[in-house]
Design a protein around this ligand. Sequence first.
Ligand SMILES: *[C@@H]1O[C@H](CO)[C@@H](O)[C@H](O)[C@H]1NC(C)=O
Length: 334
Amino acid sequence: SPELLELDNGRIRARISNVGAAVTSLLVPDKNGVLADVVLGFDSLDPYLNGTSPYFGCIVGRVANRIKDGKFTLNGVQYSLGINNPPNTLHGGFKGFDKVIWEVTEYNKGKTPSITLKYYSKDGEEGFPGDVSVTARYSLPSSMELKLEMEAAPLNKATPISLAQHTYWNLAGHDSGDVLAHSIQIRGSQITPVDQISIPTGEFMQVSGTPFDFLTEGEIGDRIGQVPGGYDHNYVLDDSREVKSGLRHVAKVTDPSSFRVLNIWGDAPGVQFYTGNFLAGIVGKGGAVYGKHAGLCLETQGFPNAVNQPNFPSVIVHPGEKYMHTMLFEFSTK
Ligand SMILES: *[C@@H]1O[C@H](CO)[C@@H](O)[C@H](O)[C@H]1NC(C)=O
């Protein structure tokens, strides 16, 4: 049954649900030690289960982002998936990993608390081939860090696997308005441009000289008006990045009002930068109304539609192999 569990190390406090392995709240101190909840979410678990949540805080899979026309061919077999975002499949289909109940297999409340969740995805679920065993472990490895380690193993057939964590961040507090005054640095020199139905064309575009250039920290709102609809793009992460605990620097987000800073580290090849363009007054925690750009997502991931795009890094995993994807959310103050 739906549950909420807490990870608390005395500095930061996370609430994690077994519904979609979602982070539903995360309290983080500002410069003066004042806590605010920096993620968008709901008080009740119903919206996470019934499809009205815009993927707040959850893990999406079996394949994050879009698959063109909900189709792909693997080992000579064509697979047809649930078309939940016509004409495409989005975030695993109608009932992706975000809308299922995961099993809590470990819950440790010590000094470095952690929770491990498991999900068993069956052969044919949303049209995907083969059984897959999935594990997600959230932990607070140090006073100001939240870590997520995801693993998945196909048990009998080769299948695409590409998971992502879909938290909407607002470092000023989830109920503080939009994030356009936040500044961001994204460690990718290229994006994968998309067509009119949000499917990558297969090209790579240099960000230099465009509104997508966040190689050096810049305000999100500065050039968002030049991007029709707002940012919702996959960045190709550069090889030449700083490394911490074996993970490369993905992005840095700074809120100028609270001085909270979030650095994200990870090991996936891409990151989707999404500015909550489709939020339109949804009522969240404590009655907060989340309007357009009320939060931003940085979803480390395999490239969108990679399963149909041979020049993108493969997301196919074979029985005997293991998919692994780790990210570290490191908080500080300026
Ligand atoms: C989903 O749950 C929320 C909260 O209980 C409720 O307001 C909403 O009407 C539900 N939507 C559907 C489609 O069931």
